[in-house]
Write a protein that binds this ligand. Sequence first.
Ligand code: ZN
Length: 261
Amino acid sequence: MIIDTHAHIHQHDEHEIPEIISRALECDVSKIITAGVNITDSKLSLKIANKYENVYSGVGIHPEEIKSPISKNDIKALKSLSKENKVKVISEIGLDNQKTSPDIKIQEEGFYEQIKLAKEEKLPIIFHIREENNDFEESFAKDIAINIFSELSIGDIGGAAHYFAGKWDYAKKLLDLGLLISFAKPIIYNKSLHETVSKIPSEKIIVETDSYPQYYKTDRSKWTEPKDISNIVNKISEIKQINRELIEEKIHNNSIKLLNF
Ligand SMILES: [Zn+2]
């Protein structure tokens, strides 16, 4: 069994959701975490999670959505959502250091406040840190994140760096803080990530599709869905040269532990 630890299936047309879930179940995906990107979207994520047994919710405000300082009302709304049974994680949160991203100081404050909330509610976080031009050598946002994680002792609640596409030395810093690494599709086509995959212990890996409605792909059958997650597990098995069933079991156990299932 596999858990898709980060997707956005609640953003699909609602009539499609039962089909997406059943296609996922056929491919051994037992649970899907669907993450909100702002308050309204987080409420929708919870609504869908409450409707479908295998779907769980992540609530949070995505860095691209933090255009003005995070308000007390935002935190209050997230806090009340995070108390719901089906909310398993504070997500999607992060830091985006890209040309068109909102002011980094404002993002930093929003990121910090949401992690503080996660600690109060004893929920893990699933986050991303992106630098300009996907330049993985650049470390401005990464350094900010690492300082926040140390200050707030992130290991107490745990979390995962999702859609990870960084180098081993950065992964190592996150692992040392008690975090996990979540791999998605990039490891399939980006060979430069294979070194990172090979060095990260199996006990520290989870997987995700980050799937959402890809309207830009005219062929609907080409949209990424939670059902596609086994390709990511296959690749990890191949790179690490660990038996496919064994690595799936390990990844599943890691996800269960992180998300307190
Ligand atoms: Zn996402």
